[in-house]
Write a protein that binds this ligand. Structure first.
Ligand code: SF4
Length: 464
């Protein structure tokens, strides 16, 4: 994905992750070994099953919950080149005809969804184009896709349209078109400002391509320009990282998203370690956290504020809308979302869903007029409570009143031992019946803290 979005994803919940990509357990505390600690959803994906699909289909046939927001995620799984750390379901070898076939079927998928009672006539709150590289697609094809999608589900009420971009794929007409089609949040996968590091990590873009596209983006006037960085790319040193942080500040984006480099299964680097016995080429976790902390401090000194464990937003001179991230906040508060495209994740009326993960199965289902559903998980009230709590922990603070009102459960009492443990380890600054504030130490490693909140069945279970 161009933007390791994840706050999702997969992002904040919706990265179309290769299902074999993550380890059953996280990497060790110290070295960056093969495995992933990133938590994007709950319960763990390994518990989702295809025999739960009838329940998802049933929910589609029922009326929506009043006031429950609806979003749309569209996965564009094409990239110019595969990054050596990438574990997402992406393709670098599809020709124009295959891409057109995929986009036709993506539009068809949205059209099929729009006919179900749970979706029909329902206002859409946000749209997210994720990848892969959405900006890889030609304007002509994108126009056709968006026209069909908007006809099926109007965008009149949409508050945010996010579009992930890889700098080297952008042209001035493309950028202008994104603005005309309603993109409000353009997310640019910068990752690092050092040419040697970009090349070593297999990134397709060069530094000069970032400089080339920025004036077009400024000229188009998006509500929010986000830049993605990764702390700990292979070859990173304190000097290169300091330079990357400074150059990012100099470019003055509205928000900056920083991820700490992981090595899930199925990346080029992970295979080198597992199959050829190579040492981890990535800095250890302590160093990556120090780099992340440095970036946070420098950016806060430059007028940014912490918006989540991964994102900083510019606070000085901010206009309306520039600091918000509707997609993330809706997902972390239990919104419904149509997850469309190969391997995508969605949620509808309490049931998690993931699409099929093979190119052939995805296209074949839609060619036959069927939704390409892969596996589902109907959540209990308790599981939805836990899911929201762990995802909102990534904001760095929780208000327990929200959970008491929505789920009738008091998180303070319910997880008393976990709070105590986090306090003993200095992961939280304060905890009371009102809520919790994470410490900066806790926020920097928040994903490692979340499994403690899992129900017994999911403790120590395989995540994907
Ligand atoms: S190959 Fe690179 S740009 Fe494409 S999805 Fe993977 S990490 Fe993102």
């Amino acid at each position: 994905m161009t933007d390791i979005n994840t706050e999702s994803t997969a992002s904040e919940g919706n990265c179309a992750v290769d299902s074999e990509a993550q380890s059953p357990k996280g990497p060790s505390i110290s070295g960056t070994e093969v495995g992933s600690v990133f938590v994007s959803n709950y319960p763990p994906f390994s518990f989702w099953r295809d025999d739960n699909l009838p329940e998802f289909k049933e929910r589609l046939q029922s009326s929506p919950e009043p006031d429950s927001p609806l979003g749309l995620y569209m996965h564009i799984p094409f990239c110019r080149k595969r990054c050596k750390f990438c574990y997402f379901r992406v393709y670098v070898d599809k020709n124009a005809g295959q891409i057109q076939h995929y986009l036709d079927n993506l539009a068809r998928e949205v059209e099929l969804y729009s006919e179900f009672p749970a979706v029909a006539e329902r206002p859409l709150k946000f749209v997210y184009f994720g990848g892969g590289t959405p900006s890889y697609v030609a304007v002509k094809h994108l126009k056709e896709l968006v026209q069909r999608v908007q006809k099926a589900i109007p965008w009149d009420s949409v508050e945010e349209v996010t579009f992930e971009c890889e700098p080297g794929t952008l042209t001035e007409p493309k950028v202008k078109h994104y603005r005309e089609m309603g993109v409000t949040r353009l997310s640019l996968g910068v990752e690092n400002w050092n040419e040697t590091i970009l090349r070593e990590n297999g990134r397709a873009h060069e530094v000069k391509e970032i400089h080339r596209c920025l004036p077009w983006i400024r000229e188009a006037g998006f509500e929010q320009l986000n830049m993605d960085l990764i702390a700990g790319m292979v070859g990173e040193t304190w000097d290169t990282w300091k330079d990357t942080v400074q150059k990012t500040i100099d470019m003055d984006p509205d928000s900056v998203t920083i991820y700490q480099m992981e090595l899930p299964f199925n990346t080029v680097y992970s295979r080198g370690m597992l199959e050829e016995g190579q040492e981890s080429p990535v800095a250890d976790w302590k160093t990556k956290r120090e780099w992340n902390q440095y970036a946070i401090e420098e950016m806060c000194a430059a007028g940014y504020e912490i918006s989540s464990a991964y994102t900083l937003v510019k606070s000085s001179g901010r206009k309306d809308g520039q600091g918000r991230f509707v997609y993330r906040d809706a997902l972390w508060h239990g919104s419904d979302m149509l997850g469309t495209g190969i391997a995508s994740f969605g949620h509808m009326k309490g049931v998690h869903i993931q699409n099929v993960t093979s190119w052939h199965d995805y296209l074949a289902s839609l060619d036959e007029g069927r939704l390409p559903l892969g596996r589902a998980f109907p959540t209990s009230d308790r599981e939805r409570l836990t899911r929201e709590l762990i995802l909102q922990m990534k904001l760095g603070r929780l208000s327990f009143g929200y959970f008491r009102e929505k789920f009738g459960v008091d998180p303070f009492e319910n997880w008393k031992d976990v709070w105590q443990d986090l306090q003993d380890r200095e992961m939280v600054d304060s905890v009371s019946s009102e809520g919790v504030e994470l410490s900066s130490k806790g926020l920097l490693q928040v994903d490692t803290l979340l499994p403690s909140f899992y129900d017994h069945t999911y403790q120590n279970a395989r995540y994907t």
